[in-house]
Write a protein that binds this ligand. Structure first.
Ligand SMILES: [Zn+2]
Length: 108
């Protein structure tokens, strides 16, 4: 059982408790290096090792990045969609398309 009334700290802390953790990774600086290493063919593990970072941190970053930038849309009438059938992200040619190309082929 933990002692919640720890009296060993005598000096009152002037710093208010932080709600959010400070960013441990400066992605603005690291992202280009990650991209370079990935472009050179480094695996996620290798990239993490070379940049001296936690692989889980890198994986989480790549996952977020992939979701945000996975599919480039080159036409204004294209819409980002998630397939109703298989949850695959895809770009639909129109807003009424709700199935990915594979599922559309399967159902038609
Ligand atoms: Zn689908």
């Amino acid at each position: 059982m933990k002692n919640m009334h720890n009296t060993s700290t005598t000096a009152p802390s002037p710093v208010p408790p932080r709600r959010t953790r400070p960013p441990r990774v400066d992605w603005a600086a690291l992202a280009p290096r990650v991209a370079t290493l990935r472009a050179q063919g480094c695996s996620t593990r290798e990239t993490a090792r070379r940049l001296d970072m936690n692989i889980k941190t890198l994986e989480a970053h790549l996952r977020r990045h992939r979701i945000r930038h996975a599919i480039p849309m080159d036409r204004p009438d294209q819409v980002r969609r998630t397939c109703l059938n298989c949850d695959t992200a895809f770009v639909a040619d129109g807003r009424f398309l709700r199935l990915c190309p594979e599922c559309r082929a399967m159902f038609s």
